[in-house]
Write a protein that binds this ligand. Sequence first.
Ligand code: 13P
Ligand code: 13P
Ligand code: MG
Ligand code: MG
Length: 364
Amino acid sequence: MRITLSVIKADIGGYVGHSESHPEVMAKADECLAKAKGDGLLIDYYITKCGDDVQLIMTHQRGVDNEEVHKMCWDTFVEGTEVARKLGLYGAGQDLLADAFSGNVRGMGPGCAEMEFEERPAEPVIVFMADKTSAGAWNLPLYKMFADPFNTIGLVIAPNMHNGFIFEVHDVKGHKKISFNTPEEIYDMLVLLGAPSHYMVKAVYHRDTGDIAAVSSTERLSLIAGRYVGKDDPVCIVRSQGIFPAVGEVLEPFATPTLVEGWMRGSHHGPLMPTSIPDSTPTRFDGPPRVTAAGFQLQDGKLVGPRDMFADKSYDNARQKALDIADYMRQHGPFEPHRLPLDEMEYTTMPGVMKKLEGRFTDL
Ligand code: 13P
Ligand code: 13P
Ligand code: MG
Ligand code: MG
């Protein structure tokens, strides 16, 4: 059975500040998607949140970039925004950057990760969701999952994975894409992936079969809006087991809380802390950045789950480490490398400050 798995998300209002999604907004989303399921547009759906971002996880058979599915999601966010306005939530409708829907949510503010595939007899998928960070935050974890044998032992000892994976990398500033074969092209690829605000892993494919293994949202709100409106808070779908990394191999990269951009006012580096879904409530300095993981088994498109994968005790040390890194990074205050470098601040106060000071600079 051919299934499309779509994850479409938006921040349509925070409760309180940018720290959480309000249950009434999520209840409205549930009402809208229940109707879409009743109408036969969706096979199944699950509504969840990561911090102040509402997540629509959906299965259907209409393929990726389907206009009806995207319009239904846009309308859901618009209706949710009305609830957020009524409750006086913070930044109601924050991520809805367009006035009206036109064909596809891509480029209109919401983040979007979708893949179409032939469902296997047992199809484990993990939906990763992040808050207070940028699209590009998945570069390092996806590299580890699909190209690093120190993370994924299956690359070494599983015959059906031994030939490696193909990475589709997007240049989000130059609007170009390129594919790399791993393992033999990892050195070239890492030159780009190490600059995650510019180059992002969009998708990963199995090299022998061409099957899609992972897809991420790469929408950058600041590039769409031309100013800072909030962080991208990206999502990523990963298929697991069989010809793909095992569930534990897919989750393993997050045992190290790596530094990502985001956190307060989207303008800092901080540790990406794996938490349970209820604990995705970025509070300290609006953070630190969070990642959650909802695991599902698909059964004829039905979403069996979720299991809240990072609720597990085995991620306690990663959380403690993230909190220690947060303490350390915060001590830098407004200094780099806690605060982002100037070229990443171009959508904040930086241009205004430079303009104000323009006439006061004299030659050395
Ligand atoms: P305000 O300036 O509207 O308070 O927004 C700042 C903000 O929300 C950054 O977190
Ligand atoms: P969000 O992108 O999650 O709305 O966060 C905005 C922000 O500026 C937090 O300080
Ligand atoms: Mg917000
Ligand atoms: Mg957010």
